[in-house]
Design a protein around this ligand. Structure first.
Ligand code: LMR
Length: 332
């Protein structure tokens, strides 16, 4: 009898373990194009850690950094097809998806300060922009910072006049195309994973990047000069396949939302330091000569940038530009 009870108990125990072990975790493939040692790389690692913790292992996040899985354009297509679930493309890469308004973030010198930028991304303007992704089968979850771009080339750069005729790599943004043309340069869209080689082989003469991207892709080894123009911003929208997101059990979605909120706070708290450290490391390497602009030189960049706002107003929306300028004017 005792044996029978024991046998029944172990069958019952097995039955309980059975379905639990058979239940495989929900997989989130998170693909991106930068190195792990960057604000976005570290932010995605933080999200993985917290998502797996908050869901008690019911969700597993697989990270694919450095264009390992997809390059710039392919990753957005893959998200829509559902072959990856999560991405964090730069805001300059949403135009080809048909949401051109995001390119407003590329307008040179549009944000008066980091606080002004954050008032936009964390306020109603940022929220409305993310909502525009819904129609594309995408849910926007958060904005992550990288930093301000510096201009680099293989010849000294002090003012926009020095850009005349230079072939410059850009992201796939029409605003960046107009910006480079306004400076007299010849823009060329190249996927991020191919920039180092394009610079090394002379396919292009220069590019623009925040220090963290420049350093982690070793671009400083193939760019002799850079000017600290801080003319534009690179940041990201973290996005997820809408069908996948809406199909998650509500409790899991809540836990993932919390993981994303915490990871966002973390990413945005380290971004500036990541860029400062990368800049210090590049300076120390001595491979690139970094020029600090005088006030007059800075004014020349600002003045050369202004026509771009007007030229691109119909693309990104004059209303949106005005709203951002209003927020900027009232935020210090
Ligand atoms: C670039 O292509 O230069 C950036 O968008 C890369 C990135 O994701 O920061």
């Amino acid at each position: 009898m005792k044996k029978l009870i024991l046998a029944a108990a172990s069958i019952a125990a097995l039955a309980m373990i059975g379905p639990a072990t058979a239940q495989s975790p929900i997989i989130i493939k998170f693909s991106h194009v930068v190195a792990s040692d960057t604000p976005k790389g570290k932010g995605s690692e933080k999200f993985k850690e917290l998502a797996e913790k908050y869901t008690n292992g019911k969700v597993k996040v697989e990270l694919y950094p450095n264009s390992q899985l997809y390059k710039d354009k392919e990753e957005v297509e893959a998200l829509q097809l559902g072959t990856v679930q999560m991405l964090a493309p730069s805001l300059a890469k949403f135009g080809p998806l048909g949401v051109r308004e995001f390119e407003v973030f590329d307008l040179p010198y549009i944000f008066s300060s980091p606080n002004a930028l954050h008032a936009v991304t964390r306020g109603p303007i940022g929220k409305d922009l993310l909502a525009k992704l819904d129609a594309k089968g995408i849910t926007g979850l958060a904005y992550w910072d990288n930093g301000l771009k510096i201009m680099s080339a293989n010849k000294p750069l002090k003012t926009p006049d020095d850009m005349l005729g230079l072939k410059m790599r850009i992201q796939s943004s029409k605003v960046l195309e107009a910006q480079m043309k306004a400076y007299g340069a010849v823009p060329q869209v190249i996927a991020f994973s191919e920039v180092y080689q394009a610079l090394q082989t002379g396919v292009v003469d220069g590019t623009e990047n925040p220090p963290s991207n420049m350093y982690t892709q070793k671009m400083h080894e193939v760019q002799k000069y850079a000017a600290i123009t801080n003319h534009g911003y690179i940041g990201y929208a973290v996005i997820v396949n809408k069908k996948f997101w809406d199909g998650l059990p509500a409790d899991i979605r809540d836990q993932l939302t919390k993981a994303m909120n915490d990871a966002t706070e973390y990413t945005n708290s380290i971004a500036q330091k990541e860029n400062d450290d990368a800049f210090a490391a590049m300076k120390k390497s001595g491979k690139t000569d970094f020029h600090v602009l005088t006030d007059a030189e800075r004014k020349a960049w600002v003045d050369a940038s202004k026509p771009v706002w007007k030229e691109m107003s119909s693309r990104v929306g004059q209303d949106l530009i005005d709203q951002i300028l209003k927020v900027s004017a009232t935020t210090n």
